[in-house]
Structure formats: structure tokens, C-alpha cells
Design a binder for this molecule. Structure first.
Ligand code: SF4
Length: 146
């Protein structure tokens, strides 16, 4: 069986060497769209993943979300779900991002807390609204429970 992880690592190393002269650090100083696009050259890194890298390394203050965090903010009512993931992501990011601050460390923590909330309470099926401290302000909860 081929070692897919090792293969992926080799591919990443090749990209770093051939497209970035062996050094990714300058990316953190590039304009945000260019930096994001550069990171998306790596296998498995999409727009949200690239944003996560940039905020976690302190380069750009952006509210990056993975699927759990996005679901939490959608249910709370920050935006309506759109036909595609990307459109939904950008609407939620625009609505919630304005109040999320500009401190990269805090935004990274927000990412982790939203993820944890989505994994532990606001699960995809059967969210545990009875235990949720956000229930009083949650659009989904009001709708589901009258
Ligand atoms: S009240 Fe329910 S739906 Fe709303 S955020 Fe909490 S767990 Fe999710």
C-alpha cells in the first residue's frame, strides 16, 4: 500500500523548493489575496485552510472557520445558508468577522472555540441545545423549539 502521507509530504516539499525557493516565510508579508493563493498550491489546502494558516501564524487577522465553526455561526443566525459552501462561508465571515476583532491570537482562539463548540454541542445532527449557553440568542434553537 502506498504511503499517501509520505507522498503528500514529498509533494509539499517539492512545491516549497520549486515555487518558493525553499522558504515560505516571505508569504506572511505578501498582500492577503496573494498569500492565500500561494498557500492553496499545497495539496489539501483550500481557501479556509489557507486563511487558518495565515491567522495562526499571526500574519493576517481574518476569521477563519472550518466546517464546525461555520455551522455554529450559521445556526446562530449570522447568515442564511447558500447553495454552495464557499458562498455560505464568505457571507458568514463577512457578518461575524466585523465583530471578531483584529488580533490574530484572539481570532485563532475563536476558530478553536467555535470548532470545539460545533464538535461537542452544536453537532451536525442533534445539536444539544438544552446544554448550550448560546441558546437564548440562537435563531436555529428558537425555530426548532418554538
Ligand atoms: S443553541 Fe443549539 S443550535 Fe444554537 S448554537 Fe447552541 S447547540 Fe447550536
Amino acid at each position: 500500500m502506498p504511503d499517501l502521507f509520505a507522498e503528500k509530504l514529498r509533494k509539499c516539499a517539492k512545491i516549497v523548493l520549486e515555487e518558493f525557493d525553499g522558504d515560505l516565510r516571505p508569504i506572511a508579508k505578501w498582500p492577503f489575496p496573494k498569500a492565500k493563493k500561494a498557500l492553496q498550491k499545497f495539496p489539501g489546502i483550500g481557501g479556509p485552510g489557507a486563511e487558518k494558516i495565515l491567522v495562526f501564524c499571526g500574519a493576517y487577522p481574518v476569521l477563519a472557520m472550518e466546517s464546525n465553526g461555520l455551522r455554529v455561526l450559521l445556526r446562530l443566525g449570522f447568515a442564511k445558508e447558500q447553495k454552495n459552501y464557499s458562498a455560505t462561508y464568505h457571507l458568514v465571515q463577512k457578518a461575524a468577522g466585523e465583530g471578531a476583532g483584529t488580533d490574530c491570537a484572539e481570532l485563532a482562539q475563536t476558530h478553536m472555540l467555535l470548532r470545539r463548540h460545533g464538535q461537542e454541542l452544536c453537532k451536525r445532527s442533534e445539536p444539544d441545545c438544552g446544554k448550550c449557553p448560546l441558546a437564548n440568542d440562537c435563531e436555529f434553537c428558537r425555530r426548532e423549539n418554538g
